[in-house]
Design a binder for this molecule. Structure first.
Ligand SMILES: NC(=O)c1ccc[n+]([C@@H]2O[C@H](COP(=O)([O-])OP(=O)(O)OC[C@H]3O[C@@H](n4cnc5c(N)ncnc54)[C@H](OP(=O)(O)O)[C@@H]3O)[C@@H](O)[C@H]2O)c1
Length: 273
């Protein structure tokens, strides 16, 4: 029951269904820490895991999903092409698939729009999609100018743009550009990397709903039509972060949260890349 709720999905522009909620594993240490976090998430009903080659834990994600016994087609696994690999994406995706122990990923993303190599990298990802190595392809950290440039040479429109997004970095113009072009915006660092969970305004709203600040931030992302991938290595938080499908934020509170933007970035700034 829980897993079917957590499996609420959004249809990508190529028809693939992507769960709107998943576990991020950046900074989750390779070894027991990552295997346990993914195990706990799968037990709690998560079916979507977001990793990357540079996180150094693809093999742990692979181990955990194998050991879970959950059928492969019930899982949604994302990994990413690292910057230094953009000159040879084929070698990189082969290494990622080997580490994950998979013959294809559900989503393969260009991790960052490196100016000198992003075009050739996208053309390679298009081949991987056609060959079935990835059920969907997309980008990450693409701002509006990067997307506009990509539209000039892309044969295949990205399905997803994964960017930092939370109420304190509320990039509505980018979100609208993605929506207009049928690209799903996937919110990374949705908890502002854990740095704003004690914000007084957020605590007030959390109290009102009997929810935690993290749950409000995750629900907000879902209510805005985004995909959201909070990270935790703690069992109780992994569970807590998943308990966001039994409430919705009122229009009044959504409007209030819209006033919180501070352009507060916790991760890298792709503007100008
Ligand atoms: N494409 C990219 O360039 C990019 C960049 C950044 C992130 N991402 C992806 O997005 C995922 C999420 O982003 P993120 O890891 O930067 O940050 P996040 O999910 O916004 O926040 C994670 C931090 O919040 C803490 N936390 C988790 N649940 C909590 C809760 N319920 N209450 C209070 N604190 C909580 C975590 O600590 P504990 O682990 O100790 O619980 C951790 O320190 C990443 O793991 C990665 O998959 C992608």
């Amino acid at each position: 029951m829980q897993s079917s709720i957590l499996n609420q999905s959004i249809r990508l522009n190529n028809g693939v269904e992507m769960p709107v909620f998943g576990l991020g594993v950046w900074k989750t240490k390779s070894g027991n820490e990552c295997v346990e976090a993914v195990n706990w998430a799968l037990e709690a009903g998560y079916r979507h895991i977001d990793t990357a080659k540079i996180y150094g834990n693809e093999s742990d994600v692979g181990r955990a999903i194998r050991e879970s016994g959950i059928p492969r087609d019930e899982l949604f696994i994302t990994t990413k092409l690292w910057n230094g690999d953009q000159k040879n994406p084929r070698k990189a995706i082969e290494e990622s698939l080997k580490s994950l122990g998979l013959d294809r990923v559900d989503l393969y993303l260009i991790h960052f729009p490196v100016g000198s190599t992003r075009k050739q990298a996208w053309k390679e990802l298009e081949k991987f999609y056609k060959e079935g190595l990835a059920r969907a392809i997309g980008v990450s950290n693409y701002m509006i100018p990067h997307l506009q440039e990509l539209f000039e040479y892309a044969e295949i429109t990205p399905t997803v743009n994964q960017v930092e997004y939370h109420p304190f970095l509320n990039q509505n113009e980018l979100l609208n550009t993605c929506k207009k072009n049928n690209i799903v915006l996937e919110a990374y660092s949705p908890l502002a990397h854990g740095q704003r969970v004690s914000d007084a305004k957020l605590l007030d709203i959390a109290k009102k709903y009997g929810k935690t600040p993290a749950q409000i931030l995750i629900r907000w992302a879902i209510d805005k039509g985004m995909v959201v991938i909070p990270k935790s290595v703690r069992k109780e938080r992994i569970l807590e972060n998943s308990q966001v499908f039994d409430f919705k934020l009122s229009q009044e509170d959504l409007n209030e949260i819209e006033t919180w933007n501070e352009n507060f970035r916790t991760c890298w700034d792709p503007t100008g890349a």
